[in-house]
Ligand binder design. Sequence first.
Ligand code: MG
Length: 399
Amino acid sequence: MSAETSVAAETERRDNPRSVGTAISKIEIRMISYPMVGVQGGIDMPGVTTNRTRLAVTIETKDGAKGSYVGGQANSLAQAVACAKAILGMDCFAREEAYTRIRRQLRKEDRMGAGVIDIAMWDLAGQRLNMSVANMLGGSKRAVKAYASTWFGGDGGGLSGPEAYADFAEECYAMGYRAFKMHGWSDGKTARDVAAVRALGRRVGGRMALMHDSACSFITFADALEVGRACDEAGFYWYEDPYSDGGLAAHAHRRLREMIRTPILLGEHVRGLESLATLVLADGTDFVRADPDFDIGITGTMKIARFAEALGLDVELHAPGPAHRHCMAAIRNTNFYELSMVGPSRANFSAPVYACDYSDALDDVSSDGTFPVPSGPGLGVTYDWERIEALTTSRVIVE
Ligand SMILES: [Mg+2]
């Protein structure tokens, strides 16, 4: 295509997006369900099988190009369908306009269903341009440094006591991990979590960056303070969503930050760029959180990352996935890739949907503690559609 023809094509795309080949003509959203062996109710439990559900999205343009993504939260299916309706007919490259439309469409919701749509749009753009998402974002990292992020503790499971966490951290260290995050017992009690924090500090402190995430399970501010002080003694790297305010109360966490030395990480439950900015500017957190699945995709995540960068802060992405790796490849101010949820029983949180060597399994870490950033076009992964078809429990087609 000559430069002149290319300019004419782009002008036509902008003026009449529905008339050209790059117009979004069909969006298919499936719900898939797959078994996880080795977990029960979020607790590491050998031999027990439970099911996890996720969304699988394919966006197609008028000329037959496709982009896909498997991830997100199954309970946000209705929101994803609303987003699909909002972008039907748009030019497939118009991600910022889609972001604006989606935000208005879901203005009364938490927008958790928007991520899968945005990420599939990035995959589609990368497939068309024969370029990886990381490269489209200007990223050059080839691998991301991971932390092993555990399932919750529980009686009879692989994480049944404080020393079991330290044993498992040693096991992860031997595989190459140099960072480890414990999710504790989530029963609202602090004693075992405090003991596990101390055991980890004693056994792997100085060799691994250690984090604690109560996932909002401690009940009172005093509980949060007690465990935070244990994190201080054990030299923890961060202390995440300590108690039952939901990880939302900026005032309380500013006070907590004055009382403990361990940096606080909040933001996993704060939805959207503006709300996160408000939390950070109220001094509610040290590390900023973002998740392409939760925060309107790669588009929303990169906005949060650049906001954090402007303040000189680091953003830590929540959970693993190909979109997460591509974002991290293009973010300077970030430290670790969250390889969750993992445990001695090896329940794999991630959907078994790949026909390539992409994996978020605990044992597939490189010996230097990293996971590769996929290098192919788009997300750089090949989905196994026969497998996805077999796992599909329902589907919605918007066209
Ligand atoms: Mg968390």
